[in-house]
Write a protein that binds this ligand. Sequence first.
Ligand code: TGC
Ligand code: FAD
Length: 394
Amino acid sequence: MAREPDPYDLLGLDSLLDETERMMRDSVRRFVADRVLPDIGRWFEEAHFPVELAKELGSLGLLGMHLEGYGCAGTSATAYGLACQELEAGDSSVRSFASVQGSLVMYAIHRYGTEEQKQAWLPAMAAGEAIGCFGLTEADAGSDPAGMRTTARRDGDDWVLDGSKMWITNGGIADVAVVWAQTDEIGDPTGIRGFLVPTDASGFTANPIHQKLSLRASVTSELVLDGVRVPAGAQLPAAEGLAGPLRCLNEARLGIVFGAAGAARACYESALEYATTREQFGRQIGGFQLQQGKLVDMLQRVQRSQLVALHLGRRKDEGTLRPEQVSFGKLHNVNDALEVARTARQVLGGNGITLEYPVMRHANNLESLVTYEGTADVHTLVLGRAVTGLNAFA
Ligand code: TGC
Ligand code: FAD
């Protein structure tokens, strides 16, 4: 029976979910408990992503789950967010995998692709039988993707791509890469277009990025495109200019808004359990005022983040979500999750630095969240532009 008051949901936010949302959330939570939590410490230590999880996530309907048709589950954005929250309570690497697959690659194909492209990739990707990656960032073009140097030039009916992409999640395990490249052939001012590049194409290489101290259980790669030739049918026809990839980012950033709340919740839960069992000076450390202050601070940050996520998910479902609201959520929830993880780590004392507990693993992963999909600085400036009308990027 649930404790009253519920120390994990003091505000009773559960009552804001409907029955279907609760059931879906609970089934993803069970999946994480069965398939992720028992092994994640080892995967993190060995820098291993268990690729077999792809089909398992597919069979649960979690890949491209908020997309309609083509084998996708067609759920609400809120349901998708709640799934991200549970996956990330396990580990950011699992949510990242699902985000890139569903929100970046499948969304790009679903929104910008031809019927042939959709039929070719979406059902297999929804089932986890094909894996995708999303190549926007380059070594010298991260926050400012408009500065990309990868090019696509026409040669007869084909396109030939040259350049490289950096920090690409799933790169080394992908069957297809969505590659964003600069063209000067179509007349748009920026000329950025998206291409579906099979990773077995001649001239395509994915090199693993080693020595990561964050998202260790996720595959992160450099993509090299050396005269990669693809047919005209590989271009995503409905994506024009930088808005093409940036719209995909809105989708994935919403998953991070929910996901960060999940990582924060996992850290708070771990700290609360520790504080109520660990004894020093003859009593549970949770009885000390300083530790209670930390626990309450964490609880407030977790539940605020959950509320922000839920509100943005509902706005997305009613069609009123604006990009700067997503920036608000990503900035707020990732920063708060980092605070929660750092505080929880202290509550756990020396044990907090080990992989026996989830806290430092989450803290390290969150250092990637605060950087990818737009750094905290970028989202601050998006919000600054929204409230002042003055553009810091121009
Ligand atoms: P600007 O050049 O003025 O605008 C370009 C066009 O894009 C439109 N736009 C957006 N559209 C939809 N959603 C958004 N969030 C949008 N932001 C901009 C804009 O309206 C314009 O459209 P049009 O039709 O007028 O051409 O660029 P800007 O000043 O608006 O944006 C600058 C800035 C810095 C905000 C943008 O470049 C940015 O977001 N930079 C951050 C780059 C980033 O987030 N990269 C992420 C790479 S993918 C990744 O990290 C995956 S990690 C996945 C995982 O493992 O989970
Ligand atoms: P930079 O843009 O060089 O930023 C460096 C610092 O300068 C940051 O603190 C930044 O906030 C600051 N800065 C930059 N511009 C400004 C400004 N105008 N005002 C103030 N400060 C500024 N990318 C993909 O395309 N696909 C992926 O799948 C993907 N997966 C990733 C996975 C991981 C684990 C990581 C770490 C990154 C991933 N990325 C991916 C790349 C990620 O999106 C970029 O790292 C991010 O956009 C930042 O770019 P950068 O690393 O080049 O940093």
